[in-house]
Design a protein around this ligand. Structure first.
Ligand code: S3P
Length: 431
């Protein structure tokens, strides 16, 4: 099991870009895999999660050529996948399992989907419920509809489903099933979750309409292969943005970063905290992409986040908690109970780790209250196998006094290959 040893960073002047967006890379492979014709993806994230999706589609009969680590060409199967010869391993990836389940529900064979220990603990009832309404037969081997899943696909009938969680994975699972289902599917969610599926499906020729918070799709529909350029993952950029915002004298430019507004609420929160950040969208379609400039050293002050803002920074709460540790006053994170169902219980784990860095934290059922503004002390912390916890704690280590060790960091490979190298490079430049 690997670990990261971190020393404080004193200087940061850098310009770079981060690897491709994880959510968009997954969708590119999945939509390309079921489309008619060829899909070429540039900027594909070669992280373990997206490779789980890629291997799943190879097992389901799609021909996928990797021209480079971040460039893939997919020959789609025009809606008809092949029965895999064995169960499909989704690794650590909830997106792979939940979205793939929508597609497999419409295939005329049975597939078993399984994952690692963390994925086996994650709730799947949120997708099995709508998929059963579509007519799929799903048998879950875990308690309360937890994985592994055995999906017996059939010809689906469109349905109406009102999701209780604002989850892009649930929404995407339903829309993928709706592509195959006969009739009108009507999906709604309590507030807007990331909208990559809605932005990308039309690029593959799909049609549907939005009426307030409802998405209405008539099926069945066929997707057409397309060319896709994946922007840098905002969730990966977020670590460097917070690092630069918290480091006096820092200057950071992140290029070709995904700036989809359903993902970037962290920037609004940091601006409220007084951070020096400028965001510039340079290419708006199908996914906004541009540059983020950060000037460090502004005095940060506490803020609060909650309600509709949460889905747009759902993956950034661990790094927002790190930013809160630097801000004068008590930052409150509310309405974020969903964090307890991620790769780890991110509220419990972040509370525990922040305390080890010397930060007073109150853990609440749906969030955290973090008292910031004291100087951080280096710590030995556990990632609990959660990539975003590992990276958030590495950033805290760069901003703390003394030595930090983050244990169990192999998980970083799921979303950010090259993260440790980037730290080493910044430390080299910062000497
Ligand atoms: C994702 C949606 C989010 C997010 C995850 C990726 C996606 O999950 O946390 O990292 O690509 O659709 P939920 O839909 O469970 O909120």
């Amino acid at each position: 099991m690997s670990q990261l040893e971190i020393r404080p960073l004193h200087k940061l002047q850098a310009e770079f870009s981060v690897p491709g967006d994880k959510s968009i890379s997954h969708r590119g492979v999945m939509f390309g895999g079921i489309a008619h014709g060829t899909t070429r993806i540039r900027g594909f994230l070669p992280g373990e999660d997206c490779l789980s999706t890629l291997h799943a589609f190879q097992a389901l009969g799609a021909r996928i050529d990797r021209l480079a680590p971040d460039e893939v060409v997919i020959e789609g199967r025009n809606g008809q996948l092949l029965a895999p010869s064995e169960a499909i391993d989704c690794g650590n990836s909830g997106t792979t399992m939940r979205l793939l389940a929508g597609i497999l529900s419409a295939q005329p064979f049975t597939t078993r989907l399984f994952g690692d220990a963390s994925l086996s603990r994650r709730p799947m009832a949120r997708i099995t419920e709508p998929l059963r309404l579509f007519g799929a037969e799903i048998l879950c081997e875990g308690k309360d509809d937890r994985p592994p899943l055995n999906i017996r696909g059939s010809s689906l009938k469109a349905t109406t489903f009102r999701s209780h969680v604002a989850s892009a994975q649930v929404k995407s699972c339903v829309l993928l099933a709706a592509l195959f289902a006969r009739g009108k599917t009507d999906f709604s969610e309590p507030s807007l979750s990331r909208d990559h599926t809605e932005r990308l499906l039309p690029a593959f020729g799909a049609t549907f309409r939005r009426e307030k918070n409802h998405l209405i799709m008539h099926g069945p529909q066929r997707l057409e292969g397309t060319d896709l350029e994946v922007p840098g993952d905002f969730s990966s950029g977020a670590f460097w943005i917070v690092l630069a915002a918290g480091l006096p004298g820092a200057r950071l430019t992140l290029r070709r970063l995904g700036l989809n507004p359903t993902r970037t609420a962290l920037l609004s929160a940091l601006l409220r905290m007084g951070a020096g950040i400028v965001e510039k969208v340079e290419e708006p379609l199908p996914e906004p992409m541009g540059t983020v400039y950060v000037e460090g050293g502004q005095k940060l002050r506490a803020t609060s986040v909650g309600g509709k803002e949460i889905p747009a920074l759902i993956d950034e709460i661990p790094i927002l908690a790190a930013a809160a540790a630097l801000a004068q006053g008590i930052t409150e994170i509310r309405d974020a109970a969903e964090l307890r169902h991620k790769e780890s219980d991110r509220l419990a784990v972040m509370a525990k780790n922040l305390r080890l860095f010397g930060v007073p934290v109150e853990e609440r059922p749906d969030g955290l209250a973090i008292e910031g503004g004291r100087s951080l002390v280096g710590a030995e912390v556990e990632s609990h196998g959660d990539h975003r916890i590992a990276m958030s704690c590495a950033i805290l280590g760069l901003l703390a006094k003394g030595r930090t060790v983050v244990k169990d960091t192999d998980c970083i490979e799921t979303s950010y290959p090259g993260f440790a190298k980037q730290i080493a490079l910044l430390q080299e430049l910062g000497r």
